[in-house]
Design a protein around this ligand. Structure first.
Ligand SMILES: CC(=O)N[C@H]1[C@@H](OP(=O)(O)OP(=O)(O)OC[C@H]2O[C@@H](n3ccc(=O)[nH]c3=O)[C@H](O)[C@@H]2O)O[C@H](CO)[C@@H](O)[C@@H]1O[C@H](C)C(=O)N[C@@H](C)C(=O)N[C@H](CCC(=O)O)C(=O)O
Ligand SMILES: Nc1ncnc2c1ncn2[C@@H]1O[C@H](COP(=O)(O)OP(=O)(O)OP(=O)(O)O)[C@@H](O)[C@H]1O
Ligand SMILES: N[C@H](CCC[C@H](N)C(=O)O)C(=O)O
Ligand SMILES: [Mg+2]
Length: 493
């Protein structure tokens, strides 16, 4: 193991240039960092942060009693019995301190933000690097994946202390490439500050998480933070030129003196998808790069997988992978668990997919992607999460009504809310929608009715392993339940 440095408080403050923090008292040695008073050990710095539910500043006395050597907090805290650092943005300061404390990071780090596609792009980037012969990791919704082995899951963007510890450990075992998912919550809470990012991608911006951000402008501002704050000037900004948001992201990237690498179908894109020819189990892509055309076979179905592969190609090339090696890796990309994953084909030719669409845009995208593979009717079992942006519920309902033939509205992590009310809000805009609250029953009943050439998309849970109802997480896996339902159907036949 690389040793984490023994550092003094002033070293942690001064290591990275940033808005000035005020060191009010003391300069103790710091042996660890935490933002949770319950995890304080003697010699730790405790970051006392105002949060969304609680106020960490209320725990300063507890942390000092447990032996904290220093406290990082907001400017309004006047004094403290131990070392005190005050900063108007203590979360950002904490992240930069964590970067300094944990030291080495993989040499090549990239990040991806956007409402949809982050996990897919991060995974594809890691696969491209592996294909090019590099030791590589991805960190995101699925957890930490190193050379194909996954441990997790975790937050999409981990808290900065955990993140910098993981980056340190990766560097320690010579994993020199890492692709990170940058969620809007993570960016807003400065979880990625201090990460040395060489290239960053933006996929798209559509409605989600307005319960947290309030409005689309604030949501966009959070995502722009990857380009105008986190990535140091001189990085590569890989931007989706087909997105209506492209100009705003390009301007922010140029202001920060990043090199812009556009991708997409629009003429003028630097990585341009000139043509897509669907194949039964994949697609053939014609990609123009710098005036040269390359034909690449992708073993993945769906136009969105082509966009995600292009974004990953941009991140790889933009962070230094030779173009030829990156292009050669594309035909070997494999799909990400629970993202348009075909779990079974029935005896009558009907197909069942599990997908992680939990926004209206993602539902529209995945339903359009399977439509050409649907000879019969297109069914979609889906629900909307509780304790999440209620405004997206009617939008998800109407997207499924529009793009599927048979919408079935069920539960998807109602969390603390009344599931019937969530379903009602969804059904209000879901013409023709049928309500089957229990998710297992919804999957069983739908599978039993699939006719020849029908396609069923079970959306919203993807890789998730639980159904959270009134604070209790019950084991649940869409793919397993779909297989059970198929077996039950065969048994009844
Ligand atoms: C709303 C939100 O994002 N909250 C995150 C935030 O917590 P918080 O600071 O607001 O927590 P809080 O409970 O109000 O507590 C305030 C402070 O008091 C401290 N405390 C509390 C109790 C105590 O006894 N002692 C103590 O010191 C807490 O450690 C905390 O520092 O900072 C924490 C540390 O970084 C996160 O773990 C936590 O994520 C929660 C668990 C969460 O569920 N977040 C979700 C919404 C999220 O971040 N999702 C995105 C993905 C979304 C997507 O793209 O779809 C993600 O990146 O995963
Ligand atoms: N580029 C894209 N554009 C639109 N929809 C997409 C795109 N890529 C994936 N999707 C849809 O979004 C779903 C989630 O994909 P993915 O897990 O890659 O996104 P994510 O941004 O990581 O999501 P999360 O915010 O939950 O971490 C997929 O299952 C698919 O339905
Ligand atoms: N990262 C997303 C995942 C949503 C997945 C869906 N199954 C739900 O519970 O809404 C969120 O926390 O909003
Ligand atoms: Mg994700």
């Amino acid at each position: 193991m690389l040793e984490v440095n023994d550092l003094r408080l002033s070293d942690l403050i001064n290591a990275q240039s940033a808005a000035p923090a005020v060191l009010v008292s003391g300069d103790p040695e710091i042996v660890g960092l935490t933002a949770d008073s319950r995890e304080v050990r003697p010699g730790f710095l405790f970051a006392a942060l105002p949060g969304s539910k609680l106020d960490g500043r209320a725990y300063i006395a507890d942390a000092v009693a447990k032996g904290a050597a220093a406290v990082l907090t907001t400017p309004d805290i006047a004094e403290c019995a131990v070392g005190l650092v005050r900063d108007a943005n203590p979360r950002r300061r904490l992240a930069r301190m964590a970067a300094c404390f944990y030291g080495p990071q993989p040499e090549t780090i990239v990040a991806v933000t956007g409402t949809n596609g982050k996990t897919s792009v991060a995974e594809f980037t890691r696969q491209i690097w592996n294909g090019a012969g590099y030791s590589a990791a991805s960190i995101g919704t699925l957890g930490l994946t190193v050379d194909g082995e996954t441990t997790g899951p975790s937050l999409t963007t981990p808290d900065p202390i955990h993140l910098h510890q993981v980056l340190h450990d990766l560097a320690d075992v010579s994993v020199d490439h890492a692709a990170l998912e940058a969620s809007s919550h993570g960016l807003d809470q400065a979880r990625l500050d201090g990460v040395e990012i060489k290239a960053a991608a933006f996929t798209n911006l559509t409605r989600d998480h307005l319960d947290y951000h309030g409005d689309m402008d604030a949501y966009r501002t959070a995502k722009l933070g990857l380009f105008d704050r986190v990535m140091a000037p001189g990085g590569t900004a890989v931007l989706n030129m087909d997105s209506a948001e492209f100009d705003k992201f390009r301007e922010a990237a140029e202001r920060r003196q990043h090199r812009v690498m556009s991708y997409g179908m629009r003429p003028g894109a630097e990585l341009r998808l000139v043509e897509r020819r669907a194949r039964p189990t994949g697609q053939e892509l014609e990609i123009a790069v710098g005036g040269r055309s390359h034909v690449v076979e992708l073993a993945l179905v769906g136009d969105f997988q082509a966009w995600n592969a292009l974004a990953a190609l941009g991140l790889a090339i933009g962070s230094g992978t030779p173009m030829q090696l990156a292009l050669e890796a594309l035909p070997r990309l494999t799909g990400v668990r629970g993202r348009m994953e075909r779990v079974a084909v029935l005896e009558n030719g009907a197909a069942v997919y599990v997908d992680y669409a939990h926004t209206s845009d993602a539902l529209e995208t995945v339903l359009k992607a399977v439509r050409p593979h649907t000879d019969g009717e297109l069914w979609c079992v889906f629900g909307c999460g509780g304790d999440r942006d209620p405004g997206k519920r009617p939008m998800m309902g109407s997207a499924v009504a529009k793009y599927a033939d048979r919408p079935i509205v069920t539960d998807d992590n109602p969390r603390s809310e009344d599931p019937a009310l969530i379903r009602a809000a969804t059904l209000a805009a879901c013409k023709g929608g049928v309500e089957i609250g229990d998710r297992r029953a919804a999957i069983h009943e739908t599978v039993a009715r699939l006719g020849p050439g029908d396609v069923l998309v079970i959306a919203g849970k993807g890789h998730e392993q639980g159904q959270e109802i009134r604070g209790v997480k019950h084991p649940f896996d869409d793919a397993t339940v779909a297989r059970e339902a198929i077996a039950a159907r065969a048994g009844d036949a």
